[in-house]
Design a protein around this ligand. Sequence first.
Ligand code: ADP
Ligand code: MG
Length: 646
Amino acid sequence: MASPTQTLEFQAETRQLLQLVIHSIYSNKDIFLRELISNASDALDKLRLESLTDTTLEASDPHIILEVDKGARTLTVRDNGIGMTRDDVVDLIGTIAKSGTAGLLAKIKEAKDADAAQHLIGQFGVGFYSAFMVADKVTLHTRRAGTEQGAVWESDGEGTYTIAPADGLPVGTSVTLHLKAEDSEDGLGDYLAQWKIRQIVKQYSDFIRWPIRMATEPIGTTTDDGADADGEAAGELETLNSMKALWARPRSEVTEAEYSEFYQQISHDWQAPAETIHMRAEGTFEYEALLFIPTHAPFDLFSRDTKRGVQLYVKRVFIMDDCDALMPNYLRFVKGVVDAHDLSLNVSREILQHDRQITAVRRRLVKKVLGALKDIQTKNGETYAKVWEQFGRVLKEGLIEDRDNTDALLELVSAASTNDAEKPTTLREYVERMKDGQDTIYYLTGENRAMVENSPHMEAFTAKGYEVLILTDPVDEVWTDQIPAFDGHRFQSIAKGQVDLDNDADGEGSDEAKAEKAQREEDFAALLAWLQTTLAEHVKQVRLSTRLTTSAACLVGDAHDLTPTLEKMYRAMGQELPQVKRILELNPTHPLITALHQAHQAGTDNPALAETAELVHGSALLAEGGDLPDPARFTRLLTDRLTHAL
Ligand code: ADP
Ligand code: MG
């Protein structure tokens, strides 16, 4: 005969932890169901595993059943898994047999708020106890597979629990929750409502590999008349979860159509993905990842709070969307799922951010994604062009954010160039086309292609046949400022520093040319000095240019100066900056400049001289799309001049 009911005390630490779980830790009480289903699923896994070696054990039709009894206000989660012996129950449910629990508790007590406590608790599994968030009494019936005697455990989650032997139980475990009243203010849902249960299962447990069944509401039953009080009158069993965890299946067994369908389901995209990455990592930290590179961007890709597309699962239980610890911001367009086997279901974002293994996973995933993009680029140029058009701007953020992958990212860059009016180029292709003796990669940033192409800075480069990259995304201003070189070739803005194309390539930098240049410098020295004083408010230097062929003047910066666009961007972001003065370069062969030169030699008391200087500066500013310091004054000077010319 079985021994009578025993009343036992929870281990002291367990009791404290229980109180914390019930009262302060979870803001989202719905997760109790995910915890109980996860335990049931583990139990089914264990039974299947044991039945492989122990042929006396049977594992037929493994399943999880959810039963609602509205009259009794109970929700039962039942599985036909491995079950527990009486001693198992005392060990596993009555205590938290994990080392460091006492220390953990001490820390939790010191924690300032629920967030901090959640952070700590996330390192431990306290799954079963979460039942007490929604129930004021929990009854557990269980029988271990391969044994005869079952056990009943019951507790109100306060100080004690009872345990008694029970006969005639089926193999497996059922956990019955005597539900607290619905209380939306306290986050307590109506867990007797089928729609609510369905919703929670869909959200958290859809990919559990065993069927989760629930009796459909019997036809003709109204909600609270008590007619179906014994729960037996229930209708058909429906399966609530899809069980389709594609990532857990071997790649060879999944069809393209299934991948696409899954992608569409998690991304709400109606098109097929450009690339699918499916991988499995074994060893100390096991995980599976199924990631997708979409072909087009969501509308909110650049809004401040777009979410990252990667969801975290732990053993097929949904943990969180937008898992920022797994994917850097610049890969926020990547969609998919990572299923890590060895994390607690309670794991929090903060823990993930600081977890060394997660960091390693992230590093590996980033490499995979960049590799996949490279693959598309090599194998399918057309698709790559689409992907780049959609996500290029975001990927270029990686050049600023992710210095570990600079080289891989530079290989992916696709940019407009003066080489071809239509077709963009990769940096590698650019380098292959470089002229003999050219060792820098020339580029110019600006607002749009036309403005960049027609900029005076381009003139000498066009005349001498040097290819220039045309970079028109705001992010280009930033990364070109930070990345020094590609494959050993320096990036050089053609609007910055001195340009000496003559020395660069085809040996035109002869002694004769040098002497000529020196002579010119001497001739113009007085004019340049005078201009510098006259325009001191606007420019930091005035010098002769080697980059102009048709324009009279242009503005350039020193190598480390902010570009005008970048300056504008920083100001728009509210940053305080000192005025960035630029360098005015003059074309000594232009008729306007030679005329100015002559007029200056004739004497500096001519009032038209200073006005012309202002007009030259203003025109250079306009040519690159800049804003005039005093547009009204500029227009008046120009109108006067035109009037005189007619
Ligand atoms: P965890 O799942 O992280 O181990 P829980 O508090 O959720 O922590 O569960 C504690 C233990 O109780 C489980 O590890 C398992 O051994 C046992 N257990 C819980 N639910 C079941 C069940 N349905 N069937 C068999 N064993 C269970
Ligand atoms: Mg658990």
